[in-house]
Design a protein around this ligand. Structure first.
Ligand code: GCU
Length: 137
């Protein structure tokens, strides 16, 4: 299937704020995680078929330290990712991982792993399996 973009500012946000003061983001803004462990952004993602999905997370980290996020899918931890410094809050990058989705509606939650909170999160791009023979994603 083709990638589908889900903007962080349109997702469910727990302990974070939609902001637009650092330019270069996609959509109308990004999420600034509150600087606490467990602040999160949760996306509701539709998959045409069960299977692996490529996940790209657009982010910026203007600090000098990593900002880890735990990725959970449908309530189950799927990955721990270290979002490295991008050099400036206006410099955006993408982190890639793979998750397994079920057919239909899924939740993908990205939760801050440290008291610094997450990186600024712009979007996720999801390339889900379409269930076609010979097509992995
Ligand atoms: C700064 C920056 C925010 C960022 C925050 C942080 O305040 O302007 O966009 O989220 O640092 O360290 O998390």
């Amino acid at each position: 299937a083709a990638p589908v973009r889900y903007e962080a500012e349109s997702a469910t946000i727990s302990q974070g704020a939609t902001e637009s003061n650092h330019t270069g983001f996609s959509g109308t803004g990004f999420v600034n995680y509150t600087n606490v462990v467990g602040s999160y952004v949760e996306f509701t993602v539709n998959a045409p078929a069960a299977g692996p999905a490529a996940l790209a997370l657009g982010f910026a980290n203007g600090t000098s330290g990593n900002r880890p996020l735990n990725i959970s899918v449908n309530g189950v931890s799927a990955a721990d990712l270290d979002f490295q410094p991008t050099g400036a809050w206006t410099t955006w990058s993408a982190m890639n991982t793979t998750v397994t989705l079920k057919a239909g509606s899924n939740t993908i939650r990205a939760s801050a792993g440290t008291a610094e909170g997450g990186p600024n999160l712009d979007y996720i791009d999801v390339t889900a399996s379409d269930g076609q023979a010979g097509t992995e994603y």
